[in-house]
Ligand binder design. Sequence first.
Ligand code: ADA
Length: 580
Amino acid sequence: SLNGLWRFAVDTDGVGRSDGWWRHTLPGRREAPVPASYNDLFPDPVVHDHVGDVWYQRVIRVPRRWERQRIVLRFDSATHRAVVWVDDTEVAAHEGGYTPFEADLTDLVEPGGEHRVTVVVDNTLSWQSIPPGFVEQTPDGPRQRYFHDFFNYAGLHRSVWLYTTPRTYIGDITVVTRLDGATGIIDYQVQAVGSEEHDVRVVLKDADGTEVARAAGAIGGLTVEDVHRWRPGEGYLYELHAELRGAGDEPADAYALPVGVRTVAVEESRFLINGEPFYFTGFGKHEDSPVRGKGHDDAFMVHDFALMEWLGANSFRTSHYPYAEEVLEYADRHGIVVIGETPAVGLNAELGATLAEAVFSTFSAHTINSATQETHRQALAEMIARDKNHPSVVIWSIANEPESTTTASRSYFEPLVDEARRLDPTRPLAFVNFMSATPDNDVISGLFDVLLLNRYYGWYKDLANLAAAERNLEDELRAWTRKHNKPIIMTEYGADTLSGLRTITPTPWTEDYQADVLAMYHRVFDRVEAVVGEQIWNFADFATAPGLLRVDGNKKGVFTRDRRPKTSAWQLRERWRARR
Ligand code: ADA
């Protein structure tokens, strides 16, 4: 891994693209850790609220034994876009902040040599980016504005790798699993890249390392009798060993892929895993922690999963972007169910227009356009390419709270839905529906398999009137069921809550009010059969954008930002543990 401290500069340090800074050593004034967002590292508002380019640089040493190998530089993410140089040569450029990209350095670097890697990372959001935003020119300089409710953390907040493979190598593997009674069938496809002749061999081992099936050929199937299923709560994994063999049968490349054998299906208003009805409990989350921002951290990850386990939660949504791969690998191993989401948050022209006028005193917004659609298509394709083999992922969420009531939204989403189904015909598809959408004005839900609803009865609607909130919530859920007989997952509900604020008569912002709001929703869920899941907004308090009406971030967490429980945690623990 190339994690650790890199030289770091913001373009206001006098380091710019027009000066060709990749040809120079960055001024050594600042260093930044990778993986981490850079925003909170320095007590410097210029860095915290920076709009535009930042620079990362370090020296890499290529091991001498990598002679005649293919050498690859991999970035697990660069938010939101990056250009990479090795010495003076541009080797990669990538758009989209939450999916990986690679540069093939084979013909550029010298085994045994040292090379300078320079990365410029640009955090600017525009009408063409996913997520969308715009830059407002103010007398004090540019300010980034956007239509989503989390801070625009940026930088190299996931791992960077330098790795090697043979010249002819396994470029990709796709597995799809099926069940036929007690028998599991794993359809696989191994894609080899390179000019050398090769055969493909595939061996499947169980969790003890015992071989249970084998096959030959780039495309095929493996059959396992009495298969051990991947199940919610029990992440049983087989391992598929794919091997390329050269002309003289010598091993060329090999790759081991964990495989969970499970099926996912929607039948009327039921959501089935392995043919059995599944009820989602858990959260919408964020990659968010003090100091690191969105920087991936194994300690925070394990702690968050341990807290979810303590509560008895069985699932979460990667709101509002694909999370670090480590998170999905953990979910695979521990049987946690995931709704995977693209970074298409804030694609809401109606809301954007209202916000733009009310908060930013500017024009009406156009977040739905063909350039955004193309960026969105790429983000969707990259998410599916990265995450298709994770058994934990059971639904793709194509967007969070987009506009969904106009003909423009219909023509925007139709081709994206077709594309998602072409890329992955096996997983149910959904989008997360905004609170102003109703069964009557919505024009896109018919394209999808599951209804994901974000509703704030008792907070943005019917504040401090939980009797009205309860009636209105139930009426709305029944109306959706009448219109589309599909499973409903409440993917957001909750209330901002200041940890430590208590009252005897529940009052908004208190811990007691949050507990009452959640209890009200749960009574309704238990009465409406089509509801197959509850994911509270949010697991923990998180940092938000300046400009939205927030006090020190979004406080809808069941845990504080440093993961101390609020009162509602015990109520959830009782409910969710009893359900298991
Ligand atoms: C939206 C949005 C979330 C969020 C929430 C809130 O529904 O999907 O990102 O922060 O509102 O708390 O207002």
